[in-house]
Ligand binder design. Structure first.
Ligand SMILES: NC(=O)c1ccc[n+]([C@@H]2O[C@H](COP(=O)([O-])OP(=O)(O)OC[C@H]3O[C@@H](n4cnc5c(N)ncnc54)[C@H](O)[C@@H]3O)[C@@H](O)[C@H]2O)c1
Length: 265
């Protein structure tokens, strides 16, 4: 029996990048899924996973920033599968700009998608989890904001750090009702988001920006989306039954070095 057999999971941002990697891991471990994305290509992710794993999947085109749309996505999932056991709050955005040039609309865009989007997803799924006696929520925070930051990430870093607070509060609030809430703190994975950040950082040579990220990671590379998916599958499953309110750093060691110059290798 696979660790997610019989579980129904709602995954946001599943059309591309990490969300697709998370959905792939969930398919591999037997989950039924509601895949949510603003981008209608989320149906292509679903078709691939149905073909490869025989997964039961419905897709919903919705904006996580819109509470009514997320309520409807959760309702459709519960109607299709009879429950929502797991929510992976993965959808997020990142736009780089120097702080004095970052306008309020850009700030609010990050707040709407990264904070309110996760808030809305939790609001939408928790009533079903309470009704069925439990569940697991996994939130995509980041090492950015809570642990480290690069210049130009003020809005992104602020919103990702906020998700650690939301994780901890929901974890303690629902611990007695069998809903666990944990967050991932990823370093860098190569996804459309990071490719765009590389263009914003070095328009002439974005590949150099990606190579420089890898060079700063002790493991010498970025994460693969499926590696993040494996963490989300563990946190969603009963294998992590005593974990709640945890922040799990998954970064190939990128936040470890104290200097780039001292040491014996
Ligand atoms: N890639 C990384 O290195 C990295 C590192 C740390 C944290 N994260 C976090 O992981 C999550 C996924 O990142 P990614 O790199 O896969 O991003 P991505 O931009 O490559 O993919 C994000 C997906 O979310 C969807 N999406 C965006 N806004 C949405 C909205 N309002 N409603 C519904 N769907 C929406 C997009 O259409 C896309 O399919 C984000 O929350 C990001 O902050 C990523």
């Amino acid at each position: 029996m696979a660790k997610l057999d019989g579980k129904a999971a709602l995954i946001t941002g599943a059309a591309a990048g990490l969300g697709e990697g998370i959905a792939t891991a969930y398919a591999k471990y037997g989950a039924k899924m509601v895949l949510v994305d603003l981008d209608p290509r989320v149906e292509e992710t679903a078709q691939r996973l149905r073909a490869e794993y025989g997964s039961e999947i419905i897709t919903v085109v919705a904006n996580v920033a819109d509470r009514a749309q997320m309520d409807e996505a959760a309702r459709k999932g519960a109607e299709a599968f009879g429950a929502i056991d797991i929510a992976c709050c993965n959808a997020g955005v990142c736009r780089l700009a120097p702080f004095e040039e970052m306008d309020d609309a850009t700030r609010d865009f990050h707040i709407d998608v990264n904070i309110k989007g996760v808030w809305n997803t939790c609001k939408a799924v928790i009533p079903y989890m309470l009704k069925q006696g439990g569940g697991s929520i996994v939130i995509a925070s980041s090492v950015t904001g809570d642990i480290v930051a690069d210049a130009g990430e003020a809005a992104y870093a602020m919103t990702k750090a906020a998700l650690v607070g939301l994780t901890k509060c929901l974890a303690v609030e629902y611990a007695g009702r069998n809903i666990r809430v944990n967050c991932s703190q990823l370093g860098y994975a190569r996804t459309p988001m990071v490719e765009k950040m590389a263009v914003e950082s070095n328009p002439e040579n974005p590949e150099a920006a990606i190579a420089a990220i890898a060079a700063g990671v002790p493991m010498g590379r970025l994460a693969k989306p499926i590696e993040v998916g494996e963490l989300f599958a563990f946190l969603g499953s009963d294998e992590s039954s005593y974990l709640t309110g945890s922040q799990i750093v998954i970064d190939g060691g990128s936040t470890l070095p104290e200097t780039m110059s001292i040491g014996t290798n």
